[in-house]
Design a protein around this ligand. Structure first.
Ligand code: X5A
Ligand code: ZN
Length: 699
C-alpha cells in the first residue's frame, strides 16, 4: 500500500493576466516549486504517480448544480459583448448554470475575463481556467478512487486552482470548483461512505465547504483560520467558533478562529490534541480528506503564522491514526514558495510512512490560541460526548517538586543522532536535517525467531547481541536477570538499543522475559541515559515500577499507565490508572500522554507493555503510532516474551510506518477514568503548558 501523487502540468497554465495585487500571489510557480522540491528529495519517485484527469460535468454537478429549492442566488451573467447584442460570444450567456458560466470563459478575451472576474470576490479567470479547474477537481476524484479501491493507502493531489472557497454557484478566493467538496460528495455517492472527516488546515476559512455540508452529519468539517475577530478575509460572522452546523448537521461543523497572527507549532498541535482529535475519534471517519493549504505555515504573506514545515508532518501523522490511514490531501493555498515546497515535502514524506522530524521551538501554546480552543470546545461540547468532561482547575504541585524554571530545561531537537539539527535549531532557511537516515527503519529482537510472526519485508529480525560480559554487568543488580534466557533477551535488547542510539536503527521491538519485565526496563533506561539519550520518555503500561534511580532532573519523563491511583510525584513522574474503556484510553493518550510528550520533546521513547497492560492490538497500535511522532520516530517497544505474535507483528508494522487499524466507535469514558484524568491535568498543567486547553484565569 503506497502513496499516490496526483498531478498534471496543464494546471500550471492558468494565471493572472492583469494587475490585481490581491490575486497575483496565486501563480503557476506554486505547483512547480512544490513538485521540483519533491523530486529533489526523491519523494516523488517513491509515490505512485497519477496523471490528473478532468472531472466530468456530471461530477462537477455533485456540488455545482442548480438548486431545486427556489431562492438560491444565481451566478452572475457573462457581460454581453459590446457592439453585437444579437450574437453573444457565449451561446449560453443566459444560462444560469455556474458550470456553464465557467465553461464559457474559455473563449473570452482578456477584457471580458477581467469584467467577469470582477463580479466575484478575489477571483481571476484565464482562458485555461475551466480546463485547469476540471483537472483540479478530477485529481481529487482520482485520489479518492485510488484510496477507496485500495490501490494506495493515501495520497496528495497537487492542484490549481484551489477549491475550498468555491460555492455551489460562485467562484471565490482563487477557487473555481470546490475540489474537496466534490471529492467528499463522490465518496458518499460512489462508495456509500457515511462518515467523512474534512480537515481544512489552510489559513483561510473554507466557507465553501462549510456551506455545502452544514446540514449534513455525514461530513464533519473542521477548519482553523486567521480570523482576528472578523477583521480578516473573508470577513464572515459564520467563521466564528459558534457556527457549529444546522439541522441534522449540528456539531458537524467545527470552526477554530485564530484571533491573532503568529500561531506556531505548539498552537497547532494543541488544537489537534484538545479539539480536532477527540471529536474525530468519536466521529470514527471512514475517510479523511485534507484541504491542505500551506498558507498556515511560516513565511506566508497571507497567514502571517509561525508553524514550521515539520509541523505539517506531525499534523499528517496524527491524522493517519484515523480511518485506517485513508488520508487524501488536496492542495489549497500556500503562497511562500519556499515554505510551501518544504511543507508539501513534509506532508508527502509522512504519507509515505517516514517518521516526523522533531518539532522546534518552545512547546507552549499562546493565550490567544488557548482562548480560541476553549471557545470552540465550549461551542461543540453539547454535541460531543468526548468534550463533556468538566474543565479542570489547575492545582499547582508543591514547590519542592517544581523544576527550578517551572518548566523543563530547553533542549534542542534532534538528539545525539542528529548533530546537524542539534547544533542549530531548525528554521525555515536551514538546510533540512542532513544526518543520514537510519539504514534500518524497524528491527525486531526476539529471543527465538518466531515463525508465526508476520513482518513487512523491510523489517529486520535482529540476529546480534551485546557482548556477554557487558550484558552480565548490566544484569548484575537484578536477580531476575540472572537466568540464562533472561541474559540472552537482555543481550539482544542492548544490541538493539545501541543500534538506535548510534542512529543505525530508527525503531525497534524487543522481547522481555515475563518475570523480568521491570528489571529489563530498568537496564534499558539506565543504558539509554548513559549512552547518549538527552531526554528519555518512558511510557510504561501495566505493573511496572519506576526504575529506582531515575532522577527527577528533567532527563527522563516517566509515565506509568498501570491500574493504581492517579499521582504526580513530580512533573517527571506521573502515574495514572489503566483506563477501562476505549474512550478513557483515548482521552488518556490525547489529553495527558501526548501533551506531556510534546512538551518534553524527548530524543528517545521507551514504551513497555508490562504485566497486566490489558491492551488490545488496535489500542497498542494506536499508542505506538502516536508515540512515533516524538523523537523523530525513535521508539523502542518492550513486549513480554509470551505476548501474542499478532501483537508483536502489529507493533512492528506500525513502528515501520503502517497505519494502525481504526478503533471503531468509542464508548463513553467511565467516571473514574474522567476523574483521574482531570485530577492529573489539574496537578500538572502549571508545569506542562501543552496540557492546557483554556487560557489562564487572571486573578
Ligand atoms: C485558497 C486560498 C485565499 C484567498 C485570499 C483573498 N485563497 N484575499 O488560500
Ligand atoms: Zn488559504
Amino acid at each position: 500500500m503506497g502513496t499516490a501523487l496526483v498531478y498534471h502540468e496543464d494546471m500550471t497554465a492558468t494565471r493572472l493576466l492583469w494587475d490585481d495585487p490581491e490575486c497575483e500571489i496565486e501563480r503557476p510557480e506554486r505547483l512547480t516549486a512544490a513538485l521540483d522540491r519533491l523530486r529533489q528529495r526523491g519523494l516523488e519517485q517513491r509515490c505512485l504517480r497519477l496523471s490528473a484527469r478532468e472531472a466530468s460535468e456530471e461530477e462537477l454537478g455533485l456540488v455545482h448544480r442548480l438548486e431545486e429549492v427556489t431562492g438560491w442566488p444565481l451566478p452572475p451573467r457573462i457581460p454581453a459583448p459590446a457592439g453585437d447584442p444579437a450574437s453573444p460570444a457565449c451561446p449560453s450567456a443566459c444560462s444560469p448554470e455556474y458550470v456553464s458560466l465557467v465553461r464559457e470563459t474559455q473563449v473570452l478575451g482578456k477584457e471580458e475575463l477581467q469584467a467577469l472576474s470582477g463580479q466575484f470576490d478575489a477571483i481571476y479567470f484565464h482562458p485555461s481556467t475551466f480546463h485547469c479547474a476540471r483537472l483540479a477537481a478530477g485529481a481529487g476524484l482520482q485520489l479518492v478512487d485510488a484510496v477507496l479501491t485500495g490501490a494506495v493507502q493515501n495520497g496528495l493531489a497537487l492542484v490549481r486552482p484551489p477549491g475550498h472557497h468555491s460555492q455551489r454557484a460562485a467562484a471565490n478566493g482563487f477557487c473555481v470548483f470546490n475540489n474537496v467538496a466534490i471529492a467528499a460528495a463522490h465518496a458518499k455517492q460512489k462508495y456509500g461512505l457515511h462518515r467523512i472527516l474534512v480537515v481544512d488546515w489552510d489559513v483561510h476559512h473554507g466557507q465553501g465547504i462549510q456551506y455545502l455540508f452544514e446540514d449534513d452529519p455525514s461530513v464533519l468539517y473542521f477548519s482553523w483560520h486567521r480570523y482576528e475577530h472578523g477583521r480578516f478575509w473573508p470577513f464572515l460572522r459564520e467563521s466564528d467558533a459558534d457556527a457549529v452546523g444546522r439541522g441534522q448537521g449540528l456539531g458537524f461543523t467545527v470552526n477554530l478562529p485564530w484571533n491573532q497572527v503568529g500561531m506556531g507549532n505548539a498552537d497547532y498541535v494543541a488544537a489537534f490534541l484538545h479539539l480536532l482529535l477527540p471529536l474525530a475519534f468519536e466521529f470514527d471517519p471512514e475517510l479523511v480528506l485534507v484541504s491542505a493549504g500551506f498558507d498556515s505555515a511560516i513565511g506566508d504573506p497571507e497567514g502571517q503564522m509561525q508553524a514550521t514545515p515539520e509541523c505539517f508532518a506531525h499534523l499528517t501523522q496524527l491524522l493517519q491514526v484515523l480511518a485506517g490511514g485513508r488520508v487524501c490531501a488536496v492542495l489549497e493555498g500556500g503562497y511562500h514558495l519556499e515554505s510551501l515546497a518544504e511543507s508539501v515535502c513534509m506532508t508527502v514524506q509522512t504519507l509515505l510512512g517516514d517518521p516526523a522530524p522533531p518539532l522546534s521551538g518552545p512547546m507552549v501554546p499562546c493565550q490567544s490560541a488557548l482562548e480560541s480552543i476553549q471557545s470552540a470546545r465550549a461551542a461543540q461540547a453539547p454535541h460531543w460526548k468526548s468534550l463533556q468532561l468538566q474543565d479542570v482547575t489547575p492545582v499547582p504541585l508543591s514547590p519542592s517538586t517544581h523544576s527550578p524554571e517551572g518548566r523543563p530545561p530547553p533542549l534542542l531537537p534532534g538528539g545525539p543522532v542528529c548533530k546537524a539539527a542539534a547544533s542549530a535549531p531548525s528554521s525555515l532557511l536551514d538546510q533540512p536535517c542532513l544526518c543520514p537516515a537510519p539504514s534500518v527503519r524497524t528491527a525486531v529482537a526476539l529471543t527465538a525467531p518466531d515463525i508465526t510472526l508476520v513482518l513487512p519485508p523491510d523489517v529486520i529480525q535482529q540476529e546480534g547481541s551485546a557482548l556477554r560480559e557487558e550484558t552480565e554487568a548490566w544484569a548484575r543488580p537484578h536477580e531476575s536477570l540472572a537466568r540464562e534466557e533472561a541474559l540472552t533477551a537482555l543481550g539482544k535488547l542492548l544490541h538493539l538499543l545501541d543500534g538506535m542510539l548510534d542512529g543505525q536503527v530508527n525503531s525497534g521491538i524487543a522481547a522481555t522475559p515475563a518475570s523480568a519485565a521491570a528489571a529489563t526496563l530498568d537496564v534499558a533506561v539506565r543504558r539509554a541515559l548513559s549512552h547518549g539519550a538527552q531526554r528519555l520518555l518512558c511510557v510504561a503500561l501495566g505493573q511496572l515500577d519506576r526504575p529506582p534511580d531515575l532522577a527527577h532532573d528533567g532527563r527522563s519523563l516517566w509515565l506509568n499507565i498501570r491500574g493504581k491511583e492517579a499521582a504526580a510525584l513530580s512533573m517527571f513522574h506521573v502515574s495514572t490508572p489503566l483506563p477501562v474503556m476505549t474512550s478513557g484510553f483515548l482521552s488518556c493518550i490525547l489529553g495527558l500522554m501526548l501533551p506531556l510528550a510534546y512538551g518534553f520533546q524527548p530524543d528517545l521513547v521507551l514504551v513497555a507493555l508490562g504485566p497486566g497492560h490489558g491492551l488490545q492490538g488496535p489500542q497498542a497500535a494506536l499508542l505506538a503510532a502516536v508515540l512515533r511522532g516524538l523523537a523523530g520516530g525513535r521508539v523502542l517497544a518492550l513486549l513480554e516474551e509470551d505476548s501474542t505474535p499478532q501483537l508483536a507483528g502489529i507493533l512492528a508494522r506500525v513502528l515501520n510506518g503502517e497505519a494502525p487499524p481504526s478503533l471503531g466507535p468509542s464508548s463513553v469514558a467511565s467516571p473514574e477514568d474522567v476523574q483521574a484524568l482531570m485530577y492529573l491535568r489539574g496537578q500538572l498543567e502549571p508545569q506542562w503548558k501543552m496540557l492546557q486547553c483554556h487560557p489562564h484565569l487572571v486573578a
